[in-house]
Design a protein around this ligand. Structure first.
Ligand SMILES: NC(=O)c1ccc[n+]([C@@H]2O[C@H](COP(=O)([O-])OP(=O)(O)OC[C@H]3O[C@@H](n4cnc5c(N)ncnc54)[C@H](OP(=O)(O)O)[C@@H]3O)[C@@H](O)[C@H]2O)c1
Length: 247
């Protein structure tokens, strides 16, 4: 059986790129979708239904991805070895103006959903003892001081990935980040849009991560198309702790 990629945020520009990469590697895909309309959008942009199973869940809820993992454990859905996560929405309301309710909503979509995906899938991936990976896409907005609440949520994802990479240092799970400092759109949208990278091109970065088993605890940076030919790789955690940590 070929490996399977579980895709969270599967129907977005980045999710489609991850699915195209998985299919190029001849992996099957288990894609979490909001509803049938989102599933149809996914098939339209991927250009095929082959090798892709969809399952409906609300990934913004604590038990959304968990309910999918539970169904996998029960044998109702295909087993998976790899996870891609890129749930989010561009909400650039300034932090100084956003209401607390809107802040919580934006953080829920942009951060919590990806954390829930990590929390629900890591124990399952570890149990299986198979070569596995968890890859999260992040954006560069906070490094430019832009993006309002979305920028803040991306910063929280940077920290989550550093900790997650360390937590999985000695496990079978390769935690990696794709740090995207460029614009990626569905192929049909990127066509003729100045400066936009097609999802099928961006897929090369995901393909590299899936294929290169030495990539673990890495940040793969994509500033533009040239970074898709030879991956720009750095360690997620470069410092070692010199202070004794509490037990
Ligand atoms: N695209 C880029 O160029 C780019 C660059 C840098 C960073 N990023 C980051 O990468 C992530 C994904 O970007 P993208 O362009 O793929 O975004 P997208 O096309 O808007 O897709 C985001 C995904 O999140 C889901 N989603 C959004 N709001 C939701 C909600 N309230 N409930 C459930 N699901 C929800 C979408 O589902 P539906 O399809 O059902 O709406 C979709 O699967 C974001 O965090 C973004 O900041 C993207």
């Amino acid at each position: 059986m070929p490996p399977t990629l579980l895709a969270v945020g599967a129907t977005g520009n980045i999710g489609v790129a991850a699915i195209l990469a998985a299919r190029k590697c001849q992996y099957n895909v288990l894609a979490i979708v909001r509803n049938q309309a989102s599933a149809d959008k996914l098939f339209q942009h991927v250009g095929s239904r082959e090798g892709i199973t969809t399952v409906e869940a609300d990934v913004t809820l604590e038990n959304g991805v968990q309910s999918v993992v539970d169904r996998v454990r029960a044998g109702e859905l295909p087993a998976f070895q790899h996870v891609h996560s890129s749930c989010g929405a561009w909400i650039d309301t300034p932090l100084s103006e956003i209401s607390v309710a809107d802040f919580k909503k934006a953080m829920n979509i942009n951060f919590d959903s990806n954390f829930y995906a990590y929390r629900a899938t890591i124990p399952y991936l570890r149990e299986n003892h198979e070569p596995s990976s968890f890859t999260q896409c992040t954006g560069a907005a906070p490094d430019f001081g832009t993006g309002g609440v979305t920028g803040a949520s991306q910063g929280a994802l940077f920290s989550m990935l550093k900790v997650a990479s360390k937590e999985n240092d000695k496990t079978n799970v390769r935690v990696n980040e794709i740090y995207l400092s460029a614009r990626v759109d569905y192929d049909s949208v990127a066509e003729g849009k100045k400066g936009s990278i097609q999802a099928s091109d961006f897929a090369k970065a995901y393909q590299g991560i899936l294929e290169r088993e030495d990539l673990k605890g890495a940040r793969v940076t994509v500033h533009g198309k040239k970074d898709l030919e030879e991956l720009k790789i750095a360690k997620l955690v470069s410092m070692s702790c010199v202070l004794p940590l509490p037990d």
